[in-house]
Design a protein around this ligand. Structure first.
Ligand code: SF4
Length: 152
């Protein structure tokens, strides 16, 4: 199960399947990581530095974190994609086609000047979360999306 959590500053990625519940994150930032509550991660209760440090010490790799750089990532279901936008300008997308009920991600792209900020990962996660909520299986012929599915 893939989830993202955001505040004004950060985007946090969490992969439930990797988490072995060592609770390191909870001990380092208890107001952020709150088992039993929904959402269990709340990024508005602690400083970014504390959150970042807790995430960097997650022993399983279930948690990772990026700065947002004021870039929004939203779903565009009508056009089968997620989209990244900076100040109204579209700067990236992740696109799928529906094949036998599955969503096949076949393209992920981010404008050259925005690369290296983790935007492609945010785009893929946006589709993974949405697919899970709709009980749809994701496959990827896009090599980048496949790497996220295999490594994350
Ligand atoms: S530190 Fe990592 S492995 Fe431990 S509970 Fe938190 S997310 Fe899970």
């Amino acid at each position: 199960m893939y989830r993202t959590y955001e505040n004004d500053d950060l985007v946090v990625f969490w992969n439930y399947d990797k988490c072995f519940h060592a609770k390191k994150c909870i001990s380092l930032s208890p107001k952020t990581f709150r088992p039993g509550l929904k959402p269990w991660i709340n990024l508005n209760n602690a400083e970014s530095k504390e959150i970042w440090q807790a995430i960097s010490l997650c022993p399983s790799g279930a948690l990772s974190c990026l700065y947002k750089h004021n870039i929004g990532v939203t779903l565009d279901r009508e056009n089968c994609r997620s989209v990244a936008v900076d100040n109204g300008k579209e700067i990236g997308e992740c696109v799928y086609q529906i094949t036998d009920g599955d969503w096949n991600i076949y393209h992920t792209g981010v404008s050259l000047e925005y690369q290296g900020k983790g935007i492609a990962k945010r785009l893929v996660y946006k589709l993974l979360e949405e697919a899970e909520r709709n009980n749809v299986k994701i496959i990827a012929t896009c090599s980048y999306a496949r790497k996220v599915l295999e490594d994350d």
